[in-house]
Design a protein around this ligand. Structure first.
Ligand code: ZN
Length: 76
């Protein structure tokens, strides 16, 4: 798809690191699938992936973890 930030680049399949902070806890997911702009480098994460990240983060925070760094593994 076309990049909405720079309006010139095309996004390519890639990966990114997503950091979620909630209730004083910090959860970092590495190698999250994303579309990366080949011009400006802006990263787009699909809504379904974001929803999955939030769900995982909720579970981690529920266990009282303050900082957690993990590899993203899609359930799909
Ligand atoms: Zn761009």
């Amino acid at each position: 798809m076309k990049c909405v930030i720079c309006k010139h680049g095309e996004t390519q399949q890639g990966s990114t690191t997503v950091t979620l902070e909630k209730n004083g806890s910090t959860i970092v997911f590495k190698h999250v699938p994303a579309h990366v702009c080949d011009n400006c480098g802006e990263k787009y994460v699909d809504d379904t992936v974001t929803a999955e990240l939030l769900k995982k983060a909720q579970e981690i925070i529920k266990n009282g973890v303050e900082v957690d760094i993990r590899e993203f593994q899609s359930a799909a």
